[in-house]
Design a protein around this ligand. Structure first.
Ligand code: ATP
Ligand code: PRP
Ligand code: MG
Length: 281
């Protein structure tokens, strides 16, 4: 039975379970459940702290898991990225009181607070900067005001937490993070992982793409399909009016309105958009 680690709390937890449920796996009903078997898919889910997931996967006691790229790198274990999952997107950055710092080089000899000390120490070593790392569990943005650090390295999404604390980012981004499916480094993934990856990938595609249908005069078909090339090739079907054809193609959801406008301007009509419920690409 495939053993899969799923975050039990925090920013990753709900989205990870929602994605697995969308991929056809059973998920727990009660947030206190620690283990759950999905006999139909031959998978056992272990609900663990996101920070610990890379440790279990790296040790090989669990086959794969969902965690953040920042947490994976922080853990410094024998685990690697199998598939990026497109949620919990954030950057990991230096920040300090407004006006205090403008580059990472100015951190030499300073006190730096973070919850990601493994990741930070490695990055500082790469830059050749000697700074004192102060490891905190969370709410790192308060550490400077409270006098235990001069600057911080933390997860930034919208930047509103930093702003509220009177801080600003500085220096290059340390890391771009998102949720990942991870596996043990250097081992052939056990049976079942391939299907899990294919299913999760399909959820990503179903979320990212829509299905576009339209009718277009045969004479404009080449120009129209150039706008909607699809993943492999668009479906073109005859219509009763032999001067027209019907086209069906997948397009990226974010481009839908622009493409519809361009198709309409070209002469396409009856342009319809439908969402993709599930797929295998
Ligand atoms: N505001 C956010 N936006 C996007 N991703 C986030 C955000 N906060 C944390 N993350 C991501 O979630 C993961 C952290 O998981 P974690 O469970 O520690 O989140 P958390 O919300 O900080 O939980 P907690 O603080 O309760 O421990 C990391 O990969 C991090 O990049
Ligand atoms: O840029 P923003 O959109 O403001 O989001 C970033 C904040 O979100 C997370 O905090 P969380 O609420 O998890 O608290 P924590 O710092 O105690 O983990 C993270 O640690 C940052 O503090
Ligand atoms: Mg947090």
């Amino acid at each position: 039975m495939l053993r899969v680690a799923v975050p039990n709390k925090g920013a990753l937890s709900e989205a990870a379970s929602a994605m697995l449920a969308e991929a056809g796996y059973r998920q727990r009903r009660d947030s206190r459940e620690l283990v759950m078997v999905d006999p139909e898919n031959n998978v056992e889910f272990f609900f663990l702290r996101p920070r610990d997931i890379a440790v279990y996967v790296g040790a090989g006691t669990l086959d794969v898991g969902i965690t953040g790229r920042d947490l994976l790198m922080d853990a410094q274990v024998d685990a690697e990225e199998l598939l990026p999952l497109g949620f919990a997107k954030s950057t990991f950055r230096f920040a300090g009181p407004i006006g205090d710092f403008s580059s990472a080089a100015q951190l030499e000899g300073k006190r730096l607070a973070t919850s990601y000390d493994g990741l930070l120490r490695e990055y500082l070593a790469e830059l050749g900067i000697n700074a004192q790392v102060v490891r905190l569990d969370g709410a790192v943005e308060s550490s400077v005001r409270l006098g235990v650090a001069d600057a911080i390295a933390d997860v930034v999404e919208t930047g509103s937490t930093l702003k509220a604390a009177g801080m600003e980012i500085f220096g290059e981004p340390i890391l771009s993070s998102e949720a990942l499916l991870i596996g043990r480094r250097g081992v052939t993934p056990p049976p079942g992982v391939e299907v899990l990856i294919r299913r999760l990938h399909s959820v990503l595609v179903a979320r990212q793409y829509v299905l576009l249908d339209y009718d277009v005069p045969k004479t404009l078909m080449e120009k129209a399909t150039a706008l909607t090339p699809g993943l492999e090739s668009p479906t073109v079907s005859p219509l009763r009016d032999t001067d027209w054809v019907a086209v069906r193609s997948m397009v990226e959801a974010k481009d839908t309105n622009r493409i519809m406008d361009e198709l309409y301007d070209l002469g396409a009509r009856a342009i319809l958009v439908s969402s993709i419920h599930a797929c295998r690409i």
